[in-house]
Design a protein around this ligand. Structure first.
Ligand code: 5GP
Length: 254
């Protein structure tokens, strides 16, 4: 069998050359890291769940007209995606105070924010992904003012849609991180959602109990990460009650 060419290896995923030009295979690892990579573990099966959850959320976003890099899931750990030029930004959206916002501004975790807040971080491991403003982004050319406009508009739509989708499954979308890429089609370029959307990059709290159903279970040594991710998948209708099987669509949680 021909060995695939690896394009990039990140903390949680590997990108391989795809079967056709302009495509890549995105492989979800079980590796988990936090605290700027100081804390690491391998959590068996996490990559499989993230692959399924991200497939589901990207598919739903594609259906409402949010352009994404996602094409289709190939197997338990891999999905076929369009090759894009990644915009070197982590875009975070916050609906409720938590994590670094609570720490930095002294706002108690769980406090609803007066409105959703979008923040930008420059993707650079050596600099520990510093917080930056639109001024830095356009001045240093990481994204043009038009790119940023598209990114903000897409981010607002993604937040509105996902907040409603999760709420229907009894989950509060506290905050999340997304990444965007430039997709070139002949001479035409458009900004599309890239990377993944999974409990690794979202804060998801049970609506009634505020139980954490996301990567904070690992970051804060709460245990039960696989159970939490499986619960998210189950509520989204991706896993039936027994844990295995095909997608059926979201389940209304009362
Ligand atoms: P915070 O800035 O509070 O640490 O994170 C805000 C949101 O962005 C959280 O949902 C968190 O999971 C996500 N996030 C922050 N940094 C990263 C990162 O480096 N990788 C991933 N996957 N998600 C991140």
């Amino acid at each position: 069998m021909k060995r695939r060419r690896m394009i990039y290896e990140g903390k949680g995923k590997i990108l391989y050359e795809g079967p056709e030009p302009g495509t890549l295979v995105q492989y979800f690892k079980d590796d988990t890291s936090a605290l700027d990579n100081a804390k690491k573990a391998v959590i068996e099966g996490k990559g499989v769940l993230n692959n399924r959850i991200s497939e589901y959320l990207m598919t739903q976003l594609n259906l409402i007209g949010v352009p994404t890099h996602f094409m289709r899931r190939l197997n338990m750990r891999e999905q076929l995606v369009k090759e894009v030029e990644i915009v070197p930004l982590e875009v975070k959206v916050r609906n409720v105070a938590a994590g670094s916002l609570s720490k930095r501004l002294g706002i108690e975790e769980g406090t609803p924010l007066p409105r959703s807040i979008i923040e930008y971080y420059y993707k650079n491991d050596a600099l520990h992904d510093p917080w930056v403003s639109e001024e830095h982004i356009t001045a240093f050319g990481w994204a043009s003012p038009q790119d940023l406009d598209d990114i903000v508009n897409l981010t607002i739509r993604i937040n509105d849609f996902l907040s409603g989708l999760f709420l229907g499954a009894g989950i509060k979308l506290v905050d999340f991180k997304v990444e965007f890429g430039r997709l070139w089609e002949n001479d035409y370029m458009r900004i599309v959602l890239a990377d993944e959307i999974s409990p690794d990059c979202c804060r998801l709290w049970d609506v009634t109990t505020s139980e954490k159903l996301d990567k904070d279970r690992f970051r804060r040594d709460l245990g039960g990460l696989m159970e939490a991710y499986s619960e998210v998948a189950r509520r989204l209708g991706i896993l039936p009650e027994s844990g295995q099987g095909e997608a059926k669509g979201p389940m209304l949680v009362k």
